[in-house]
Design a protein around this ligand. Structure first.
Ligand code: ADP
Ligand code: MG
Length: 699
């Protein structure tokens, strides 16, 4: 039996070298296997025949059955076209072709019955259809029922390589013996337990569904299979004990931790905070390297957890570092942590891009001799010149700004073994998905806010409400509160945005002439930025006009209003982050989304999600549904995932869970993947990764 993965597509009936070249270049299809796994992106129901009489012109696509009455060419040169009149007995419609006029005129005639498929338009009661697909009405190749629609490129379309043409090639590939007898990839007990459609049948039905129900079962089977192998890879190769690195053993919780807990900490920890500290303690004492993701909504108290985890490292004679994505944030961490650390005699320092050389030298030296115990900073931390005496724990705040590669660079900061790694993120995603996307990380979740927090009230407003919005902000200021007013700033039209920000700043100063207004944006010098931030943080400025530089982390508990201008230009998780800047004190806080009135449906929905929930998990889930998980840390580049053809990490949460369970169950019985099926599946996994040069972690 020829191997589908290695049989060149040019040998398929109907292809040949020229089309093979095109398929390779345009769609990445170079083998039988590639074509077989090139699935339709949607389906149309071709069992319905429409009547010309009934056409309104707003149909996405229609199918007509009848005869051509006349053919005429019209126009000259580039405007030359073929016009035909087509009748189905209920009415007539004009059919127009702009390409290949001569050959089309030769192919069709007025005697034969045809089926046309395409998008009609109706103008002044004149109906027409441009470049429809045309088939013989009595031919076998006219599909009954559902027909797959395949993605095409512009180049293919210009060469008249239609979805229909792909469909015909797929029919040919499905008819080859190698496909008819394709090997099942999943063990029979799995196929039975989850009542999955067998592979050969699923491949038939994904391309040529016999019914809506069969199509759904085929989709389920193929999604399940992809996700099962994804989870198997993660559980066995990435998280499996064989790959776990030896870690520093933190065997005790000692004086620093207890001193802090008993004498310095001002509030009782929430149950969730205690639980995640316990989870990390167990990890760091296990002898394996910890790689843990700490998820917690904005304001859930991750900083204190990070600090107490660092104290465990110190108690075992190790150093710790905390890396933040911006200087502002790193500075704030220092401000929060320094007094807590000093109260128990722990030395902390800040290292960023703007740390002076002299100070830098001092830091380098005290890191090497171990005097400096906790280093807080930005990317500056991962520079090669920064060497620790004995780094035991690296904490990364706000994961989404750091790539996998940067995380790996932290690993090399300890020569004997990589430090334990704690990654913190305030963009929570569902646990199963987190375990999949961040496949190499264990997940801890703080799913409880400190007591006494009132949920932020969020409203959506438009330009006509601007005056009322200012009145409301004014009322809060009179009560002694502070307010943020945030403007979007994106790279492409930075100038325009900056202009809007500065105009906004002037307007705000005018409206609130009795108050002090500060402003920060990303183009300012760090010193200027810090000064403006300080004005707001200390209460000397009442309003902070800002871009998203304040998005992460900034903590001013007295601020009770967050106004977001041009809110429609922000992503959901960004809006949630911004909203998290208020509601940090005990007072009721407000988030006002200012948006255009003529919002599209999706945008309005996105903004309404914000007004309906304060739960970061719900927001994140909605965000992923709308955007797809693509923006999250690239699974591809991390080497965890192969290309998914059909499963969607954002939308197939339930199937991910099923596949995860199935993979766990399987590994319980065959942990080394050594049985006949274990070896078969290992080979299949290799094939899946083989297509990608990036074979990375699973060698
Ligand atoms: P985030 O998870 O967004 O980083 P922070 O660590 O900045 O949240 O915490 C937000 C605020 O909540 C801080 O002012 C912090 O001191 C306070 N906080 C943290 N844990 C508790 C707790 N258990 N009880 C009361 N306040 C807490
Ligand atoms: Mg934080």
């Amino acid at each position: 039996m020829p191997d589908l993965r290695h049989t060149d597509i040019q040998y398929l009936h109907g292809v040949g070298p020229k089309r093979a070249e095109l398929l390779k270049k345009e769609l990445g299809i170079s083998t039988y296997y590639d074509l077989l796994y090139y699935f339709p992106f949607r389906y149309i129901d071709r069992s319905v025949i429409n009547h010309i009489n009934d056409l309104r012109g707003d149909e996405a696509a229609v199918q007509l059955k009848g005869r051509f009455l006349t053919f005429n060419t019209a126009g000259e040169g580039r405007k030359r076209r073929l016009q035909a009149l087509f009748s189905d007995g209920t009415g007539t419609i004009e059919v127009v072709w702009f390409n290949r006029v001569a050959s089309i005129q030769k192919t069709y005639n007025t005697q034969t019955e045809y089926i046309l498929y395409g998008k009609p338009s109706v103008f002044n009661n004149h109906k027409n259809i441009v470049h429809p697909e045309v088939d013989l009405a009595n031919a076998e190749n006219v599909t009954q029922g559902l027909q797959g629609v395949y993605n095409l490129t512009e180049v293919l379309r210009n060469r008249s390589f239609t979805s229909r043409a792909i469909h015909k090639l797929v029919v040919n590939v499905l008819a080859t013996p190698a496909v008819q007898h394709i090997d099942e990839t999943l063990p029979p007990e799995l196929v039975n337990r989850y009542r999955l459609m067998p592979l050969a049948e699923a491949l038939q039905n994904i391309h040529l569904p016999t019914s809506q129900q069969a199509l759904q079962r085929a989709q389920l089977r193929l999604k399940f299979e992809e996700l099962f192998f994804l989870e198997l890879n993660i559980l066995h190769y990435i998280k499996g004990s064989s790959r776990r690195l030896v870690g520093h053993v933190f065997s005790r919780v000692g004086a620093y931790f207890h001193d802090f807990y008993n004498n310095v900490l001002q509030f009782p920890l929430t149950g969730a905070q205690k639980r995640v500290i316990r989870e990390m303690r167990a990890d760091m004492g296990s002898g394996k390297q910890m790689n843990r993701l700490l998820q917690g909504d904005v304001g859930s108290g991750k900083t204190i957890v990070a600090f107490m985890t660092a104290l465990i490292a110190l108690d075992n004679d190790y150093q710790a570092c905390i890396m933040a994505p911006t200087e502002i944030l790193a500075g704030q961490h220092l401000e929060t942590i320094k007094p807590l650390a000093e109260a128990i005699g722990v030395k902390v320092a800040l290292l960023t891009g703007s740390t002076r050389n002299k100070e830098r030298d001092v830091i380098h030296e005290s890191l090497m001799n171990g005097e400096l115990q906790i280093l807080i900073g930005t990317h500056a931390l991962i520079e090669d010149t920064v060497q620790f005496r004995n780094l035991g724990l690296a904490i990364i705040d706000e994961q989404h700004r750091f790539g996998v590669a940067q995380r790996a660079r932290l690993w090399s900061k300890n020569r004997t073994a990589p430090p334990h790694v704690l990654v913190m993120t305030a963009t929570p995603i569902p646990r199963t998905l987190a375990m999949t996307v961040y496949g190499d990380l264990d997940v801890s979740i703080i799913d409880e806010l400190p007591p006494g927090r009132k949920p932020v009230t969020t409203v959506l407003k438009h330009e006509p409400d601007r005056f009322k919005m200012y009145q409301f902000v004014g009322k809060q200021l009179r009560e002694g509160r502070q307010a943020y007013i945030v403007y979007p700033l994106i790279e492409e039209n930075e100038k325009l945005d900056l202009h809007a920000l500065e105009q906004g700043f002037e307007q705000v100063k005018e409206v609130f002439s009795n108050y002090n207004v500060a402003m920060v944006h990303g183009r300012m010098k760090p010193a200027e930025k810090d000064y403006q931030m300080m004005l707001f943080a200390t209460g000397r400025a009442h309003i902070l006009v800002a871009t998203t530089v304040i998005e992460v982390g900034v903590n001013v508990p007295n601020a009770s209003v967050m106004v977001i201008e041009d809110a429609e230009r922000f992503g959901l998780s960004q809006l949630h982050q911004l909203r998290g800047r208020v509601g940090r004190g005990a007072d009721q806080s407000y988030c006002i989304l200012m948006a255009r009135s003529d919002l599209g449906r999706d945008t309005r929905h996105r903004l309404q999600v914000m007004t309906q929930t304060n739960d970061g998990f719900v927001v994140a889930e909605e965000d992923m549904k709308l955007r797809g998980p693509g923006d999250m840390e690239g699974t591809q580049q991390s080497g965890i995932a192969f290309n998914l053809h059909i499963a969607n990490l954002a939308q197939d949460g339930q199937i991910i869970q099923l596949a995860r369970n199935a993979a766990e169950d399987y590994l319980r019985i065959d942990p080394g993947l050594e049985s006949l099926w274990g070896r078969k599946m290992t080979a299949h996994l290799r094939d899946l990764f083989d297509k990608q040069a990036n074979w990375g972690l699973i060698s």
